[in-house]
Design a protein around this ligand. Structure first.
Ligand code: GAR
Length: 190
């Protein structure tokens, strides 16, 4: 069983889907979630994790120097000693020191094709560019912005979406299923 830590910054719907899949879905007996970490306090995802009996930790990033915050996070991660670190809507950039400590052990989900759009607001980008199909990418995290090795990509048909909210709704539905499928593939393989 792989031990995983999930990093979030907000709503936590991908985190919730992963936790549920470890409890009674396709990740059952494949991984165990040892903790959920957030760089913001009181976000919805923390409440969800607590209600699902997962230990939660917060180090507030706001107001701290990036270097200091990342050093504190690295210390915490070392104590946790996870097999994999899963980013689920974690909106901070991890320092090179953290990434070098965990090569091919940090995984992210990105709401676009990472070769076409990097960074924030993937669904807005797809909607504004009037795409008929967009993609969800699950990838390893390296030192670049959304440049790590791709684990999987999945199409999302958004041709009938009239509003950005519909694009996000459709995309998230795919994310919630696809992320766990990719994680299962990786955890069974390594
Ligand atoms: C998700 O759409 C995720 O793909 C995206 O943030 C959202 C988090 O939602 N991540 C990024 O944009 C990373 N660049 P959630 O907190 O409900 O899982």
């Amino acid at each position: 069983m792989k031990k995983i830590t999930i990093l979030i910054s907000g709503r936590g719907s991908n985190m919730q889907a992963i936790i549920r899949n470890t409890q009674s879905g396709i990740l059952k007996n494949i991984c165990t979630i040892q903790s959920v970490f957030s760089n913001k306090k009181d976000v919805a995802g923390l409440h969800i994790a607590k209600n699902l009996s997962i230990p939660t930790y917060v180090i507030v990033s706001k107001g701290k120097k990036r270097k200091n915050y990342n050093a504190m996070l690295l210390d915490w991660l070392k104590q946790q000693n996870p097999d994999f670190i899963i980013l689920a809507g974690y909106m901070k950039i991890l320092s090179p020191e953290i990434i070098r400590e965990y090569p091919n052990k940090i995984i992210n989900i990105h709401p676009a094709d990472t070769t076409k759009h990097q960074g924030l607001h993937g669904y807005d980008w797809a909607f504004e560019n009037k795409l008929k199909t967009t993609k969800i990418t699950v990838h390893f995290v390296d030192e670049g912005l959304d440049t790590g090795e791709v684990i999987g990509k999945k199409d999302v048909d958004i041709s009938d979406c009239k509003m950005i909210e519909e694009v996000e709704q459709k995309g998230l539905k795919v994310e919630h299923k696809f992320y766990s499928e990719c994680l299962r593939e990786i955890f069974e393989d390594r």
